[in-house]
Design a protein around this ligand. Structure first.
Ligand code: ZN
Length: 502
């Protein structure tokens, strides 16, 4: 059996390595590549995507999974070999349904469309992107149709990033959350807004990158196995267990942009870095779902990085990084500034309270596009209408409207957004469980000690990679099923105090 497990791992490692090589090219495209490299790079990425898909669907993998089935079932559920066969089969069977040539074409379209978006967004030119988006919608529908028998056409796409979730259950979960959020946003908006003007002073790029890296390192991001580079739309990427990189961006007149990109991406990276080394380059060697992944970026970014305890430690470091710039700003004023709630236009800049309203708009629009209830040509206007209705704001153009996020333009409509809100919900649930286990951890943060919290997350979450599904991980780590209660309690507690909601 051991020889068969090793052979299975060897075959998977070839597919994983090809995907990693593709990830290097992707990372390069988004960081250092000159614009002239774009057409060839689209081909490179498409080729690797197709080859990886061929490797991942090698018939020998199927045979080995069959031969190992009885052995895997004889093991305890938590045994890594049992998980390897269980989860590996699920992924293999999913990959098998999609022809490699289709994946190659999809990657090619995604890369071309990404480049078109990067050019069109600054020019506010949605018209030039319409043909791409129409093709992407068509491709996404075809992708879903490789998985017949679904209840909603988005289900197969959601299932790929958040296994086990369905459009109908998410719609009702989000409706429940929306019902709780709208009155909270309304109550906060009735109060005078916090003054966050201190964040828009001049902060030089060098200092912003320094403090972003320093605080990420202090939280636990290991620069011996990672690095940080500049990009337009920050992301984290994994090449191997020894090389998990983050990216950020800098606006010299917006301190929060770079800072919170760093903490967010460091959270994603810490999850990947915490996975047991023996799972590397197997079917289990990455975070288990988009939602659980996002729970970790949001946990470090918000529950830690926007807490008073964190800033007791971090604010003097921040002041020292920009001599003279923040001398007149107290810790309390700064804390209130980074927690300002306002109805705004841009998802990635949104505060914790309104953020999910942005996500839910996109989730609903994705479903409508896939259902055929919304045409691409009407998308910009429908976008504005939803923003008007839920957030009471309207973007002056499409650049900060429908073109603000890269997701759809990068090659897929469907399954792209639910993970953000699931992540927020779960971030509070995991954090609550960690604090119950270690009530001393908030106090520790005041002196820059994060390893108690980090250790709990490694122990209960990170180490398992994809061994357990989202539902299983939540149950194991928190002792209960997914619930919006800890999240709403967190928001109401924190913002009730900040905005004196009584
Ligand atoms: Zn994220």
């Amino acid at each position: 059996m051991e020889a068969k497990i090793n052979e299975l791992k060897r075959l998977w490692a070839e597919a994983a390595d090809l995907r990693s090589v593709g990830a290097v090219l992707d990372w390069d495209q988004s960081t250092y590549m000159p614009a002239g490299g774009a057409p060839a790079r689209a081909r490179h990425i498409a080729l690797l995507g197709r080859l990886a898909q061929e490797k991942a669907t090698d018939v020998r993998i199927g045979h080995l999974l069959d031969e190992l089935q009885a052995y895997a079932e004889s093991l305890p559920y938590e045994h890594p070999d049992a998980a390897l066969v269980r989860v590996g089969r699920r992924m293999y069977e999913r990959d098998l349904k999609v022809p490699p040539a289709f994946i190659g074409d999809m990657f090619q379209l995604g890369a071309e469309s990404f480049n078109a978006w990067a050019k069109a967004r600054p020019e506010n030119d949605f018209k030039s992107l319409r043909p791409y988006l129409e093709k992407i919608l068509d491709t996404s529908r075809r992708l879903a149709n490789f998985f017949p028998g679904y209840e909603h056409i988005a289900d197969p796409l959601i299932d790929t990033s958040d296994f086990g979730m369905k459009a109908t259950t998410l719609r009702s979960l989000f409706a429940q959350l929306r019902r709780e959020l709208l009155p909270l946003v309304k109550a906060i908006s009735a109060h005078p807004p916090a003054d966050n003007s201190c964040l828009y002073r001049h902060f030089d790029q060098k200092g912003q990158l320094e403090i972003g890296a320093e605080l990420s390192r202090q939280m636990g991001y290991d620069f011996q196995r990672g690095r940080m580079d500049l990009t337009h739309h920050p992301f984290t990427t994994r090449f191997s267990d020894g090389d998990i990189r983050i990216t950020t961006r800098v606006n010299e007149h917006d301190l929060a942009d770079c800072l919170y990109s760093c903490l967010h991406e460091a959270g994603h990276a810490m999850y990947e870095l915490g996975i047991r080394p023996e799972l590397n380059a197997t079917a289990l060697g990455h975070g288990t779902s988009a939602g659980v992944h996002e729970s970790q970026s949001r946990l470090w970014e918000n529950l830690v990085g926007r807490s008073r305890d964190f800033w007791v430690y971090a604010y003097p470091r921040m002041q020292a990084t920009f001599p003279g710039v923040l001398d007149d700003i107290s810790l309390e004023t700064f804390y209130r500034a980074v927690n300002k709630v306002q109805r705004s236009l841009i998802r990635v800049d949104a505060d914790e309270v309104t953020y999910n309203l942005h996500v839910m708009i996109r989730f609903e629009l994705e479903l409508m596009l896939l259902e055929g209830n919304l045409q691409v040509r009407d998308l910009p206007e429908v976008w504005h209408a939803h923003y008007q209705a839920d957030l009471g704001v309207r973007a002056p153009d499409d650049r900060d409207g429908v073109m603000q996020d890269v997701h759809w333009f990068a090659g897929q409509i469907g399954g792209m957004f639910q993970g953000y809100t699931l992540g927020n919900i779960l971030s509070a649930q995991f954090y609550q469980a960690a604090r119950q286990a270690h009530p001393e951890s908030p106090e520790e943060m005041r002196s820059g000690k994060f390893d108690t919290l980090h250790g709990w997350l490694i122990e209960n979450l990170y180490q398992y990679g994809s061994m357990f599904t989202t539902d299983e991980v939540v149950q194991r780590a928190t002792g209960g099923p997914l619930s919006i209660e800890p999240y709403m309690a967190y928001l109401k507690g924190k913002y009730g105090e900040l905005y004196d909601l009584g």
